[in-house]
Design a protein around this ligand. Structure first.
Ligand code: AMP
Ligand code: GLY
Length: 420
């Protein structure tokens, strides 16, 4: 069958590798794709937010399965549209995607279904006074979240009362995040260590994928501004059976039961952003898709035929599948451009020595220019490696990180260090 994969980052490169290896996949199209996916299928400039164009493309290329990488097309209803055309799609409809698209909805859902999460209140733009009063009743630091999508930037952790008041006004009255910030969630700060848990659902049952930990800050020791992700490891060494059991019982099970109770048909990936605080898991957020850069360590560990798995999702028969997970660890280190996540230069030639061993390169921000591959973004490429131990995998990712060269190369040298 012909498959269309929506997206163009490292996550989609990792998914494309899995899909292209399936004997069931005749032709893979990636929209828009990247330099890495170009060797696994055909990149196409198709825009996922133009449903008419998607319709034309899917028809003229006999697409039987559409896999949606990023959240935006899902929040906009692409999966509902494709379902209406009887095309298999991996990703929830608009109703399910609200779990990511509206933090107001997600937190109310967690509350209704008794899912462990930080105490919170939601406020609208005309409630600045009571929002401040509620924030004043919490101890510092305080977490303020724009309810809508904000490209991962809509969460502000306020360290002072002044900061808290300014942020409330900034979002509710000064349009810091446009419409996305016209409703805010104010919540208690939870101290702990974060991890990402993933489930794939067909609307009737679900399977848990390998868990992962990503590293969001630009600087070593988790300092400096947030990025799109500087590295990841899978599985998370501290996530033992007891913790995973608690996550299943207190978060995953009640979520899928809640979705059924609210008659929200959820198929596709569901990402649980978890904070483990003194051994107890709390749900920080849902995402209606896989993580990036977590995908660059999770998909390489999956031994299943991805297309077979996805078709089982479409048939509502995920219960017949067993997720086969490679033993050992997978790690990835992201190479980024100097200056990222602020200003950085593009167009620097990248050299990948052909002596590079034991590593898979997932492209994120690169471009083919004649015979050369050049930098074309902040996050350039993820260097993924396996190992029997976390140390072994990391040493391979890091050996590659040293060997790949481009002007202004930067990477964090402490990925996975906190877990050893
Ligand atoms: P979210 O988009 O809700 O996951 O928030 C983005 C990031 O903000 C998370 O990955 C956490 O690092 C941080 N964060 C969100 N909520 C909280 C909380 N209640 N306590 C501490 N940190 C939080
Ligand atoms: N790595 C976090 C995310 O994909 O949202």
């Amino acid at each position: 069958m012909n498959v269309l994969l929506i997206g163009g980052g490292g996550r989609e490169h990792a998914m494309a590798l899995g899909i292209s290896r399936s004997p069931l996949c005749k032709k893979l199209y990636i929209a828009p794709g990247n330099t890495g996916t170009a060797s696994l299928g055909e990149n196409t400039p198709l825009k996922a937010d133009d449903f008419n164009d998607v319709y034309k493309f899917v028809n003229s290329n006999q697409i039987s399965l559409v896999v949606v990488g990023p959240e935006l097309p899902l929040v906009e209803g692409l999966a509902d549209f494709l379902n209406g055309l009887n095309i298999a799609v991996i990703g929830p409809g608009k109703g399910g995607a609200r779990l990511e698209g509206s933090k107001e909805f997600a937190k109310a859902f967690m509350d209704t279904h008794h899912i462990a999460t930080a105490d919170f209140h939601t406020f609208q733009s005309w409630e600045i006074g009571i929002a401040k009063a509620y924030a004043d009743s919490l101890s510092l630091p305080i977490v303020i979240k724009a309810s809508g999508l904000a490209a991962g930037k809509g969460v502000i952790i306020c360290e002072t009362r002044e900061d808290t008041h300014r942020t409330i006004e900034g979002m509710l009255s000064d349009n810091w995040f446009g419409l996305s910030g016209k409703t805010i969630v104010i919540e208690k700060f939870l101290k702990g260590i974060e991890m990402s848990v993933f489930a794939l659902s067909d609307g009737y049952s679900y399977k848990i994928f390998p868990n992962a930990k990503d590293y969001k800050r630009i600087g070593e020791g988790d300092t400096g501004p947030n990025t799109g992700g500087m590295g990841a490891v899978s599985p998370v060494p501290f996530a033992d059976d007891l913790l995973m059991q608690k996550i299943k019982e207190r978060i995953i099970e009640p979520t899928f039961k809640g979705l059924k109770a609210e008659e929200i048909f959820y198929s596709g990936f569901l990402f649980f952003g978890i904070m483990v605080s003194e051994g107890e898991p709390y749900l920080l957020e849902y995402n209606c898709r896989m993580g990036d850069p977590e995908s660059e360590v999770v998909f390489p560990l999956i031994e299943n035929d991805l297309v077979e798995l996805f078709m089982a999702v479409d048939a509502g028969r995920l219960d017949t599948q067993e997720i086969m997970i490679k033993p050992g660890f997978c790690t990835t280190v992201m190479l980024v451009s100097q200056g990222y996540p602020d200003e950085y230069e593009k167009g620097k030639a990248i050299t990948v020595p052909n002596t590079l061993r034991d590593v898979t390169i997932f492209h994120a921000g690169t471009k083919q220019e004649g015979d050369e591959i050049v930098t074309n973004g902040g996050r350039i490429m993820a260097l993924t490696a396996f190992g029997n131990t976390l140390e072994e995998a990391l040493s391979r990712s890091y050996a590659a990180a040293e060997l790949v060269q481009f002007e202004g190369k930067y990477y964090r040298r402490d990925i996975g260090k906190d877990l050893r």
